[in-house]
Design a protein around this ligand. Structure first.
Ligand code: ADP
Length: 387
């Protein structure tokens, strides 16, 4: 490309090339893309240094030769010729003004992926096509490697989850087996001890209940039918939840404050599941305040519009979350409670995400924790329309 520009400049004698022309020449020399200029006859009019290194042909070797024969794999050549012919007849071509993915052919016969964008330009009454071609070999390899890493990470997360599930179910099953054997021993003694047998059988019942709760929790976590079914008023949701938890809240001497924004738009919701989310968050808040003796135990429920979402926050004045644990509280089976199952927040997050929303946590000041449920209102209108 440079020699063409130079010879044009020297033909004009001592005249300096106009700055724009010089700038374009430099641009073509320095750009990281291969630039190929093709005539309406399909021959190469020019190509830059990067095209030399990508395709392996020098500029002198290619100028004046049919482009398709040199850099387009054979199976695409007909399509290229037809596209060119159609453009010259109609002025239209699907490839113009777009980034398209194609294959290129190197001098040594190797095919490689390219991204291409083409613009026609008028030059002294003729049409020329300027093509910018970017080799994608490394980028595709990188994308593939990244996808592989994501797949492996996901598999590891699944393996970890499977191991936790096995552990959580095995524990009560082992306890059931041990207690059932102990019960049998109490009953098969020379003098059966019915009270001891009854106590061990009660433990069997409790453990089997726990195992089925784990299973129910896992089903709930993976359930995709938790998606929104209707539109619902979030303030109603909060009021319903407060009715459900009133007993526990009063038992724990927790005072409740509500700040419900007026005229909130309805949100698409599966009310049964969202109610469960809020009950979980409130019960966790109540638990977190159960040991607080030197200050008020306050549960604050707030709703507000946070375009494009509705925000429901559940705040407590409890013990707060240990900074070491905060990354793990949404993990299935993570619990700091002696009788906790650690599935509540994992289920809450999965339900909220099935609603297209987000569940997050932050510190409440001066004490306690705030959980925030963001629910998008965006699709409410379309659900309303369907109703
Ligand atoms: P569980 O209640 O069975 O422990 P969750 O998944 O609901 O399971 O909660 C996981 C953990 O997150 C709890 O054990 C507790 O350590 C922490 N946590 C949840 N909510 C709160 C809260 N409001 N304040 C302090 N810690 C909390």
């Amino acid at each position: 490309m440079s020699s063409n520009a130079d010879s044009t400049a020297s033909q004009r004698g001592a005249q300096r090339p106009p700055p724009l022309h010089e700038g374009l020449r430099l641009l073509l020399q320095t750009t990281l893309d291969a630039v190929v200029v093709m005539t309406a006859a399909g021959t190469i009019a020019d190509w830059n240094d990067r095209a030399v290194s990508v395709f392996g042909w020098t500029r002198e070797e290619v100028v004046g030769r049919p482009m398709a024969d040199l850099i387009i794999p054979e199976r695409y050549r007909d399509a290229h010729q037809n596209g060119l012919k159609r453009y010259l007849q109609t002025g239209k071509a699907v490839v113009l003004g777009r980034r398209i993915e194609v294959s290129g052919l190197r001098r040594n016969g190797e095919e490689f992926p390219l991204e291409l964008s083409i613009s026609p330009i008028a030059s002294e009454g003729n049409v020329l096509f300027v093509g910018c071609l970017r080799e994608m070999t490394d980028i595709y390899a990188l994308r593939q490697a990244r996808a592989e890493v994501a797949r492996v990470t996901q598999r590891m997360a699944m393996d970890e989850m499977a191991a936790s599930i096995v552990h959580e179910i095995n524990q009560p099953l082992a306890a059931i087996a041990a207690n059932a054997q102990a019960g049998l021993r109490w009953l098969t003694r020379a003098t059966p001890d019915v009270d001891e047998a009854r106590a061990t059988l009660s433990r069997v019942v409790a453990d089997s209940r726990r195992a089925s709760e784990v299973v129910a929790g896992i089903r709930m976590m993976f359930k995709s039918e938790g998606r929104p079914t209707t539109t619902h008023d979030v303030n109603d949701l909060v009021r319903e939840v407060l009715t459900l938890v009133r007993g526990d809240v009063e038992n724990q001497r927790v005072s409740v404050s509500t700040e419900l924004a007026e005229e909130l738009p309805q949100v698409p919701a599966n009310p049964v599941q969202l109610r469960q989310v809020l009950v979980n968050l409130v019960m966790n808040a109540v638990d977190a305040m159960s040991n607080i003796a030197d200050r008020q135990r306050v549960l604050r429920l707030k709703t507000e519009l946070h375009q494009p979402d509705c925000l429901i926050s559940v705040a407590d004045s409890g013990s707060g979350i240990d900074p070491q644990h905060v990354q793990r509280i949404f993990d299935p089976f993570f619990t700091t409670k002696s009788h906790g199952m650690g599935m509540g927040l994992a289920i809450c997050r999965s339900v909220v995400e099935n609603h297209g929303g987000r569940l997050s946590v932050e510190r409440n000041l001066p004490h306690g924790t705030i959980f925030q449920v963001l629910l998008p209102i965006g699709v409410a209108a379309s659900l309303d329309a369907r109703a």
